[in-house]
Design a binder for this molecule. Structure first.
Ligand SMILES: Cc1cc2nc3c(=O)[nH]c(=O)nc-3n(C[C@H](O)[C@H](O)[C@H](O)COP(=O)(O)OP(=O)(O)OC[C@H]3O[C@@H](n4cnc5c(N)ncnc54)[C@H](O)[C@@H]3O)c2cc1C
Length: 377
């Protein structure tokens, strides 16, 4: 009998657990540990911000996993000992034969942002944005990326476009600005795609300020490293991301501050039978930038790792590799979305194609959300 401990019940964790459960017998134990009692489907936070979802409609109880024969332990992971495959939760120690680290990126508010600023990456913040927009009559809206890296490279641009669409519907002429330390939107996908996304944003009258690194937020004023400042009447910001401390305290982390995988196709770490997937990893690509932090990668990596653990345990099937394939819907507002798809491990540059935007991609994103929340819980 083997025990597989999955750290985190986010995208990577729940897909690892479900995929493994289908592939190995019930005599083997699968345990998911998370400090939250529910999984919130993060892609849909943007739809909380435009009032088309609420937190309940995009969340599922992690306890639901129990019906599938997956144990769920609710608690803060306090210590991870990858060498001995031991994890301390709520003061108790769990020992496994395999560990899958899927703790994502921890977000923190590094600036003292006043009551007109909302964290787009939490359900409360996204709801705050919608409530503020409901009262909004005039003024400037700023969407700001506080630091790199951040998960979902499309999110700030989608947020600005959705806000733009919502205000137009209310008969308000929007005044929206985006500030980001990036050189351009979604730069990892190449200059062409980056230029297309920038073009989509600017064609709506949204002003884009790349390479703006915030240093301070005071009242309604943001100061940037280049000595420029900007005022706002409503601020939607993307907070600082970091590797969760419990893993930062281990030697799984390299100089990037994130977990190093020893093989980007099988997601192994320096310790045998310890894998790391999703946002917590740093996977450098050939052109020097890291693989973006996105659910689609956590998803495919989870399926790869689950398959390979099952093959090792059962001796059946064949080993798989994560190929670097990814895809992304890009919400544009007015019921439309774009879609980009390709291979991020392609050399010398990721090979990504952007498809003609339309209503069908927006419907595709809705279908994906419904499928995700029903299939894995
Ligand atoms: C607004 C927004 C829009 C997005 N849109 C898209 C999109 O369209 N497409 C896309 O591909 N990706 C999107 N993403 C990114 C996607 O949500 C993440 O990349 C994905 O969730 C990463 O999966 P993960 O399993 O690595 O981490 P997560 O899903 O973040 O899961 C990590 C889990 O670990 C738990 N945890 C952390 N520390 C501890 C601890 N010490 N003890 C116990 N539990 C702990 C957390 O509670 C969490 O449940 C979006 C993200 C946001 C915020």
């Amino acid at each position: 009998m083997k025990t597989i401990i999955i750290l985190g019940g986010g995208v990577g964790g729940v897909i690892t657990a479900n995929t493994l459960r289908k592939k190995i017998g019930k005599e083997h134990k699968i345990i998911v540990v998370d400090k939250e009692q529910k999984h919130t489907f993060a892609s849909s936070l943007l739809w909380i911000a435009n009032g088309t979802r609420n937190e309940k409609s995009i969340s599922k109880q992690l306890d639901n996993l129990k019906k599938k024969g997956i144990e769920f332990v609710h608690g803060n992971i306090e210590k991870v000992d990858p060498q001995n495959k031991q994890v301390t939760v709520n003061g108790s120690t769990l020992t496994g034969d395999y560990i899958v680290v899927a703790l994502g990126a921890e977000i923190s508010d590094s600036f003292d942002i006043n009551s007109k600023g909302y964290n787009l990456y939490t359900p409360e913040g996204a709801d705050g944005i919608y409530k503020a927009l409901s009262q909004f009559k005039e003024g400037k809206i700023v969407v700001m990326v506080t630091s790199l890296p951040f998960k979902c490279p499309a999110a700030p641009y989608e947020a600005a476009l959705l806000i733009n669409s919502l205000l137009h519907k209310k008969g308000i002429e929007p005044n929206i600005e985006i500030y980001s330390p990036e050189v351009g939107p979604m730069g990892v996908a190449g200059k062409r795609l980056s230029g297309m996304v920038r073009g989509l944003v600017e064609s709506k009258g949204i002003k884009y300020f790349p390479e703006y690194q915030v240093t301070q937020v005071s009242g309604n004023t943001i100061s940037f490293k280049n000595d420029v400042s900007a005022n706002f009447d409503l601020l939607a910001y993307i907070p600082k991301h970091q590797c969760p401390k419990v893993i930062k305290d281990t030697d799984l982390v390299d100089e990037s501050g994130w977990v190093k995988v020893t093989d980007s196709k099988t997601l192994t770490t320096k310790y045998p039978r310890v894998f790391a997937i999703g946002d917590i990893t740093n996977i450098p690509l050939v052109q020097g930038k890291p693989l973006p932090k996105a659910g689609v990668f956590a998803h495919y990596q989870a399926q790869t790792v689950a398959n390979n653990i099952a093959v090792e345990i059962t001796g059946k099937g064949s080993l798989k590799q994560f190929t670097g394939d990814g895809m992304c819907f890009i919400e544009l507002g007015d019921g439309k979305a774009g879609f980009a798809k390709g291979n991020f491990y392609a050399e010398p540059m990721p090979a990504i194609k952007m498809f003609m935007p339309g209503f069908h991609w927006h419907l595709g994103k809705i279908l994906f959300e419904k499928m995700f929340l029903s299939k894995w819980f």
